[in-house]
Structures are given as C-alpha cells and as structure tokens.
Design a protein around this ligand. Structure first.
Ligand code: HEM
Length: 81
C-alpha cells in the first residue's frame, strides 16, 4: 500500500470544526476524527483537542489508556506529521 501523506502542524491546526473537518495528532500520526466526534463516549470534550495533540488530554483522562481506544483511533489515520 502507498504511504500516507505528510502534513505539517500548521495544516493540522486548520482543521478544528465540523465544517473544515476535525483533525488531531497522536505520536506523529494525523487523524481525521470528524465522523467519530458524535460517537465519542466522553461527548464534546473531544473537541478540546481539535486541531492539535491528543497527548495532553489523554494524560488527564486515563480511560483512554486501553488497546481498543488506539484501535478506534487507527481507523481515522490520514497522514503523518
Ligand atoms: C471516554 C475515545 C478524545 C475525554 C472515551 C472512551 C473512548 C474514547 C473509546 C470510552 C472509554 C471506556 O470507558 O472504556 C476517544 C478517542 C479520542 C478521544 C478515540 C480521540 C480521537 C478525548 C479527549 C478528551 C476525552 C480529547 C478530553 C478533552 C473523555 C472522557 C471520557 C472518555 C472524559 C469518559 C466518559 C465517561 O465514561 O463518562 N473516549 N476519546 N476524550 N473520553 Fe475520549
């Protein structure tokens, strides 16, 4: 399979609304989570990470420290940083 595109951080920060798409980064990966937002068990808190890094939030909410959460995230990968 062909490699995913590389985005710079400025491009990620432009995606922070349902209209423009909601992107986040995690460990060097870029994820378009627009379709997941409405399914998030933690509700709209997920939008705090819109256009930026998940790490600081997942450090606060340890409920994400589970393999199945990473499996969900991986479905939305669109690129690398
Ligand atoms: C819960 C996924 C981002 C806050 C959860 C759960 C999943 C999930 C699967 C349920 C965990 C369980 O109980 O087994 C994700 C994914 C995210 C994301 C895939 C990013 C793409 C965030 C962010 C925040 C957040 C950025 C906070 C700023 C919460 C909270 C809960 C939760 C507070 C607990 C909800 C409850 O049990 O009442 N998330 N999350 N999440 N999430 Fe997220």
């Amino acid at each position: 399979s062909s490699p995913l595109p590389v985005f710079n951080y400025d491009e990620v920060t432009k995606h922070r609304s349902l209209e423009d798409g909601i992107w986040v980064t995690y460990k060097g990966g870029v994820y378009d989570i627009t379709e997941f937002v409405a399914m998030h068990p933690g509700g709209n808190k997920i939008l705090l990470a819109a256009g930026g890094a998940l790490e600081p939030f997942w450090a606060l909410y340890a409920v994400h420290d589970q393999e199945y959460v990473l499996e969900i995230l991986s479905q939305y990968k669109v690129g690398e940083l």
